[in-house]
Design a protein around this ligand. Structure first.
Ligand code: URA
Length: 236
């Protein structure tokens, strides 16, 4: 059991003073009913807290959309480099968050952060057919033969066999492409494009499943997904 004000402060990233104000103004509900005693003891494992209309409960998992900027590593901690978790604001942070699928340090775009291991497994497993969509700019045009090879499923020089990819050329010069893949092998997009003679200059992940990166999120910004958006990820 923990004190209500302490629980709200850590769960919502609020100061004790802000917590007291929320409680005084009737914005804090415990299992659906307003509570006014900041010193009341509650059980985070079973009680459901609502603060300012937003529901928090221990059983529910967190799902965050992060616009990963360049230069940040997709790790949970790193002694010298900034990680995706360092970008999560305190009010959205919770223990156990990890990136469900990594982006290279020099790739930007949509990273899903969650503490739901089963969900992460489902979206990462090629068997579940959750498409990850990337936009790449290339230093040499993608030839029609190169695009066909990617669509057919390439085998890299080291013997790594890749599943067929979705390829859409975005410009007349054929140096901007959208690629959809259903798996996440090491440096996959960069290696597959280099293999067909069109090395990647910049790479951004724009979509996971049917959910696109929110255009209003600046690089480095992060927000919680709505339950509907979480479902979008697994939609085909
Ligand atoms: N493919 C890559 O090469 N890099 C990424 O970050 C993601 C996919």
């Amino acid at each position: 059991m923990v004190r209500l004000d302490k629980w709200i402060a850590t769960t919502c990233g609020l100061t004790r003073k802000a917590v007291r104000e929320q409680i005084r103004s009737g914005q804090v509900l415990l299992n659906g009913a307003a509570v006014f005693d900041p010193g009341q003891y509650v059980d985070p494992e079973t009680d459901v807290l609502t603060v300012d209309g937003k529901r928090y409960d221990a059983q529910a998992h967190a799902y965050l959309m992060l616009h990963k900027p360049l230069g940040v590593v997709s790790a949970t901690n790193d002694r010298t480099q900034k990680t995706v978790l360092d970008l999560v604001p305190p009010q959205l942070y919770r223990k156990g968050l990890f990136p469900a699928g990594r982006l290279d340090k020099d790739t930007s775009g949509f990273v899903l952060l969650t503490d739901d291991g089963a969900f992460a497994h489902r979206i990462l497993s090629p068997k579940q057919h959750v498409q990850k969509t990337y936009v790449a700019s290339l230093s040499a045009p993608l030839s029609p033969a190169g695009a066909e090879a990617l669509r057919a499923g390439l085998t890299l020089r080291d013997g790594t066999a890749l599943l067929p990819a979705r390829v859409r050329i975005l410009d007349d010069e054929q140096k901007s492409v959208e690629i959809g893949i259903w798996e996440g092998k090491y440096h996959q997009i960069r290696r597959m494009l280099a293999a067909v003679g069109s090395p990647v200059e910049t790479l951004m992940r724009t979509q996971i499943g049917s959910l696109s990166l929110d255009a209003s999120l600046a690089p480095g910004e992060c927000r919680a997904l709505t339950p509907e958006e979480v479902r979008e990820i697994e939609k085909r």
